[in-house]
Design a protein around this ligand. Structure first.
Ligand code: HEM
Ligand code: HEM
Length: 397
């Protein structure tokens, strides 16, 4: 049995590619639709949804890699000639649909992969490679564009498969010709000049460009920036820049989130008085939390409950400890007060102070994620990292 195509038949390699990938596409698309439609209201539902998405993504990435190999093969192989070259419109239409299918096999999973790589969290691809991609930044905006393209292209592909199958059925039932037998058994058929896919592939590319443009144009524009939620605070040290982030293991991999809006009122003297260097009061606007693709879940009642408790406060004394310092106080988060020690390093250079500290909390102390009792979905430990640069108030113009 010939491995390669001839001008009148499909060889084993192309037929294997076709049926293997047809099977994979007909599995991956329903998996995506099913996963998308599942709820995520309980721990079990989240685990089920994540598993289906992980299967969807892993199968999808496999399709992408196979599609690249298939395109190379198709490019170097002869095209079997059409069975009815005199039916020019029908032959052209079949060519267009094939071109669109080939292109979709690459672009649909690629857009999905970019969406995945641009976000943190939720369902991982079920092997370690490819969770991130070179040139793809972790960015909600990139993820949103890629998601819009992925979903639009995926439905375009589903539509093209519908046309493709309608053609197959017509050839089998109306024409009763060798179309299906050529692809199933490799039998010979076809007359005239072997067709090339270049024209249809270019036309398909144009359809893609128009669809991408339309999808992007119809995307909801950016939400207007919300007004600041926290009042300014008087502070001896004014925070000029800083980051307040937290890291948790989710589905086995580390995911980092951050709070975009917080204030700090800091009193600090280098020489301790009665064993104290000063005090600090950090107020965090909880709705400003973001954590990759699970931001909205993190805001829900089960986790940070930002609607019920829009502010968290850490009020602490600053004490010397060893070579560094510790902020020893109480964190009030979701209405639960827990004593917290935050050790930190401090560097003071003239009027500028740089601090960096880290503490690991147990989410269960704050009754966060109570229905996720074990660590399979969300770990218990949450590492909080703070880094900031502040200037002495008198030195700020
Ligand atoms: C040929 C391969 C693929 C096909 C046919 C496909 C198809 C689909 C479909 C039909 C949906 C549901 C669309 C809807 O909401 O109506 C979907 C969703 C999704 N797929 Fe894929 N997919 C493929 C590959 C991938 C890959 C490789 C990834 C990531 C590595 C991926 C990630 C996703 C994600 C994250 C969603 C949810 C989209 C959202 O944010 O709303 N897909 N896919
Ligand atoms: C069970 C469903 C399917 C059936 C029965 C089927 C059947 C066929 C048949 C009979 C041909 C040969 C057409 C000809 O000689 O002109 C063909 C070609 C083709 N099919 Fe399918 N197909 C199916 C699913 C798919 C899917 C899901 C895809 C990809 C997304 C796909 C992609 C292609 C492509 C790209 C060609 C053109 C091959 C070439 O000439 O280079 N098919 N299919």
């Amino acid at each position: 049995m010939a491995l390669g195509n001839t001008p009148r038949s499909y060889g084993t390699v192309e037929r294997t590619f076709h049926w293997l990938m047809a099977l994979m596409i007909l599995s991956v698309a329903p998996l995506g639709i099913l996963a998308e439609g599942l709820p995520h209201d309980t721990a079990e539902a989240v685990a089920r949804k994540a598993l289906l998405f992980s299967l969807h993504k892993t199968l999808g990435v496999t399709i992408f890699l196979l599609a690249l190999a298939r395109l190379v093969w198709v490019a170097i192989q002869p095209r079997p000639a059409p069975l009815h070259p005199e039916r020019r419109l029908e032959t052209a239409l079949a060519g267009w649909v094939h071109g669109f299918l080939y292109l979709s096999l690459v672009l649909v999973p690629l857009a999905g992969w970019v969406e995945h790589a641009a976000t943190d969290g939720f369902a991982p691809i079920l092997w370690p490679l490819g969770q991130s991609l070179p040139l793809v930044p972790k960015s909600p905006a990139v993820a949103e564009v890629a998601a819009t393209l992925h979903v639009t292209f995926a439905w375009g592909l589903i539509g093209a498969i519908g046309l493709h199958l309608a053609g197959v059925v017509k050839h089998a039932l109306v024409d009763r010709d060798a179309t299906l037998a050529r692809m199933v058994r490799g039998v010979e058929g076809g007359r005239g000049q072997a067709a090339r896919h270049r024209g249809p592939a270019l036309a398909a590319l144009a359809v893609y460009a128009v669809a991408a443009g339309a999808a992007l144009a119809l995307m909801p524009s950016d939400r207007p920036a919300s007004p600041p939620r926290l009042a300014e605070v008087a502070s001896d040290w004014v925070v000029e820049e800083g980051a307040l982030t937290f890291t948790v293991r989710q589905m086995g991999s580390e995911v980092t989130g951050s709070f975009g809006e917080w204030t700090a009122a800091i009193r600090f003297e280098q020489e301790p008085v009665a064993g104290r260097n000063g005090d600090v009061r950090v107020t965090i606007a909880m709705p400003s939390v973001t954590i990759g693709s699970v931001t909205s879940q993190a805001q829900e009642e089960e986790f940070f409950n930002v609607a019920g408790h829009p502010e968290a406060v850490f009020a602490a004394d600053i004490l010397p400890e060893g070579a560094g310092h510790v902020a020893r106080g109480v964190l009030d988060l979701r209405g639960v007060e827990v004593p917290v020690d935050l050790p930190f390093d401090l560097e003071i250079d003239g009027e500028t102070a740089r601090m960096k500290g880290s503490v690991t909390l147990d989410r269960r102390d704050f009754a966060i994620g109570q229905s996720y009792a074990d660590e399979a979905t969300v770990g218990h430990d949450v590492r909080v990292d703070v880094a900031l640069t502040a200037r002495r108030a008198a030195a700020v113009e």
